[in-house]
Design a protein around this ligand. Structure first.
Ligand code: FES
Length: 319
C-alpha cells in the first residue's frame, strides 16, 4: 500500500474550478440528494474533479469540492486520502496500476515491478515525456489471470516481463494495444481452449428461452413423473416378492420337532445347555467321587478303614 500524501507544493496548481460542462454535471449529482444531504455527493464530485485535472487530485480541487458541498475541507481530504481510486500525485497519460497482491506475486508480479522500474522509473513519478507512471496496488480482482495491471481503465492480464515491456513500449509510442489476456487465451478459460460447456446447443438459444420451451419443460416433467412412478412400482413389487409366505416356516423360527421336554426345561437349564450334566457318563458326581470303586470294585481294606473312621452313630452302642 502506497503512502497517501498530497503532491508536493511545486506541482500543486494555484486554483481549481469545474468547467461549464462539469459544473452542470456536478449540479445534477448534488440535486439527487435530499436537502441537507449534499455531502453524499462527495465521491462523484472528487471523481469528476480528478477526471478534469489529468487524472489526479490537487489540493485546490479538494477545496473546491468542499466549497461546493458546504463541507469542511478536512472532511473532503479524509475521503480523498482514504480511497486509492483518487490519485494524489500527478500521473502519466498511461497510468499503470500494477497488482502486487499474493496471487499476482506468486505468478511473477515482482518481475513486472522490475520492468516498471526499468522502463518508467520509481513509483508515482511520471516519465519525462509525460506518457507513463506506475503504482503498485492491491488485488484488482482478476487473480485468475494473474499477474495483471490496470492501465487507465483497461485490464491487461497474463503478463510476462516480455509482453509487459512490449505493452509499455506500445503505449508510449501510441500504438494500438489489446486489453485482456496477453497470452492468447479468452477470458480466464484454460490455456489452449475451453474443456467444458462445448455443446453448441448451449449457445444457440434452444436450451434456454428460445423455441417452444414451455412444451419441452412440460414433457420433461411428465417423463420424470412417469419414471418416478415406474420406479416406485418396481420397488413395491420387489418388496412383495421378498415378503415371507404366511404358511412357510420362518428360517429363524425354532424347530417344531424339538422334544417337548427340552422345550419345557426351565430357562436356567437350557441356558447351560453346553455345560455337561452331572449325570452324564464320564462326569463323576460327588457321590461317585465318594465311591472309590469307580470301576465297580471295592477294596475291602480301605472300605473297612473308611467305615471305622466315619462310623455311623448306629454302629455305636447308645449309652
Ligand atoms: S491478486 Fe492480482 S488481481 Fe487479485
Amino acid at each position: 500500500m502506497s503512502v497517501r500524501r498530497l503532491a508536493p507544493d511545486a506541482v500543486q496548481p494555484a486554483s481549481f474550478a469545474f468547467d461549464a460542462a462539469n459544473e452542470n454535471w456536478v449540479d445534477q449529482q448534488i440535486a439527487k440528494y435530499p436537502e441537507g444531504r449534499q455531502a453524499s455527493a462527495v465521491i462523484p464530485l472528487l471523481w469528476k474533479a480528478q477526471e478534469q485535472h489529468d487524472g489526479w487530485l490537487p489540493r485546490a480541487a479538494i477545496e473546491a469540492v468542499a466549497r461546493k458541498l458546504g463541507m469542511a475541507p478536512m472532511r473532503v481530504m479524509e475521503v480523498a486520502t482514504f480511497y486509492t481510486m483518487f490519485n494524489l500525485q500527478p500521473v502519466g497519460e498511461h497510468f499503470v496500476q500494477l497488482c502486487g497482491t499474493t496471487p499476482c506475486a506468486l505468478r511473477g508480479a515482482e518481475a513486472l515491478k522490475k520492468v516498471c522500474q526499468d522502463v518508467i522509473g520509481p513509483q508515482s513519478t511520471v516519465t519525462a515525456d509525460g506518457k507513463l507512471s506506475w503504482l503498485e496496488v492491491e488485488c484488482l480482482g482478476a487473480c485468475c489471470n494473474a499477474p495483471m495491471a490496470q492501465i487507465n481503465f483497461d485490464y491487461y492480464e497474463d503478463l510476462t516481463p516480455e509482453n509487459f515491456k512490449a505493452l509499455l513500449e506500445d503505449l508510449r509510442h501510441g500504438r494500438p494495444t489489446k486489453p485482456g489476456p496477453q497470452n492468447g487465451r479468452s477470458g480466464s478459460e484454460p490455456l489452449g481452449g475451453g474443456e467444458t460447456l462445448k455443446d453448441p446447443a448451449l449457445y444457440d438459444g434452444t436450451v434456454i428461452g428460445a423455441g417452444d420451451w414451455q412444451k419441452r419443460v412440460t414433457e420433461q416433467r411428465k417423463a420424470a413423473a412417469e419414471a418416478a412412478a415406474a420406479k416406485a412400482a418396481a420397488e413395491a413389487e420387489a418388496k412383495k416378492a421378498d415378503a415371507p409366505k404366511p404358511d412357510a416356516p420362518k428360517a429363524d423360527a425354532p424347530k417344531t420337532d424339538a422334544t417337548p421336554a427340552a422345550a419345557a426345561k426351565p430357562a436356567t437349564e437350557t441356558a447351560a445347555a453346553g455345560r455337561p450334566k452331572p449325570s452324564e457318563p464320564g462326569q463323576p458326581t460327588s457321590a461317585a467321587n465318594d465311591t472309590p470303586a469307580a470301576g465297580g470294585k471295592v477294596d475291602p481294606k480301605s472300605a473297612a478303614e473308611s467305615d471305622k473312621s466315619a462310623g455311623t452313630p448306629a454302629d455305636k452302642p447308645v449309652k
